[in-house]
Ligand binder design. Structure first.
Ligand code: ADP
Ligand code: MG
Length: 301
């Protein structure tokens, strides 16, 4: 039961019938209510604010519509898989969330932690905590992997990370991911194998500590053992960064044995045609995507 201090003060004031005390008590009442209002505002739950909310998103590139009326809500700590055959717009969705300027949003909005991010450039979105592990990580000759990482961390935190701290973090990440130590000194992704590139993306996650991670076909280019190592690192990360949400884009169900999604969305012909729980993965493995078309749009969320 909430103690009604205001009523108590009021009666005390009347009982004492002393002007100075009465004024003092009235003032206390005012501060009591002020404190109450401030606490309610502070303690209010995040309510319906989602980590990521995509509303009626339509995207075009070179005059061609690639995504049509996409709606997606991802809460804190949730894992969502986005599946579908080749060429349906999965990578496009990830690039639009990250802010790739080649894609034109012709309708809709993308909210991150309740704020529209459509007008923000990639680096601002990254600073807010969004990370995209790309399907085809870019090679940048002449920029060493370690310079790239150290600059990225320093920019995110708005202060240069000390060399000792950086080396310690890097070494621990490289060991966890069973990476070749030399990769940190080479030009970013230049000459890296497919698997090395993907592990390097996960090293960036471990160092940059994002709160929304998008994995675009992380499984492509990874052998079975490397896939297990990489997924273990991501699971360890989300277990120690509880509010982090994950979007896994894939067309192969295998990665979802290691990173278990709460929801699976199937994209086909520019639209999300089905949203279901993880039980749908067995059906996809057995029967493929052919029955999931935009004529069968069906959602369980
Ligand atoms: N920058 C681009 N320029 C032209 N077409 C593009 C571009 N990006 C994507 N597309 C086209 O959009 C469609 C969806 O591509 P994508 O999102 O990469 O598919 P998915 O990742 O599902 O395999 C494809 O037909 C692809 O050719
Ligand atoms: Mg793709």
């Amino acid at each position: 039961m909430i103690m009604r201090w205001d009523i108590l003060f009021k009666w005390l004031g009347r009982l004492l019938n002393y002007k100075y005390i009465s004024n003092l008590l009235t003032l206390s009442c005012f501060f009591y209510w002020l404190l109450l209002v401030i606490s309610v505002i502070i303690l209010l739950p995040r309510g319906d604010i989602m980590k990521l909310e995509i509303k009626n998103l339509c995207v075009e590139v070179d005059g061609k519509i690639i995504l049509d009326n996409i709606n997606l809500s991802i809460g804190d700590s949730e894992i969502h898989a986005i599946m579908g055959p080749n060429g349906v717009g999965k990578s496009t969705l990830s690039r639009v969330i990250m802010g790739d300027s080649r894609y034109k949003v012709i309708r809709g909005d993308i909210l991150f932690d309740g704020k529209s991010i459509l007008k923000l450039p990639v680096n601002e979105r990254s600073k807010m905590g969004i990370f995209l592990a790309m399907q085809y990580p870019l090679e940048i000759d002449g920029v060493s992997n370690q310079d790239f990482l150290r600059t990225a961390i320093s920019n995110k935190d708005n202060k240069r990370i000390g060399l000792y701290d950086f080396i310690k973090k890097c070494e621990s990440g490289i060991n966890d991911l069973s990476m070749n130590k030399e990769l940190i000194h080479r030009s970013l992704n230049v000459g890296f194998s497919g698997g090395e590139k993907k592990k390097n993306e996960v090293l960036q996650i471990k160092l940059l500590e994002p709160t929304l991670i998008i994995l675009d076909e992380l499984d492509s280019g990874l052998d079975v053992d490397s896939l297990k190592i990489v997924c273990k690192n991501i699971n360890d990360y989300i277990n120690t960064h509880k509010e982090t949400s994950l979007i896994i884009i894939t067309h192969y169900p295998m990665i979802l044995n290691y990173l278990k999604p709460n929801y699976v969305h199937i994209i086909n012909n520019k639209k999300i045609v089905k949203t279901a729980d993880a039980n749908i993965i067995d059906d996809i493995e057995k029967n493929g995507y052919s029955k999931y078309t935009d004529n069968s749009i069906d959602k369980v969320m």
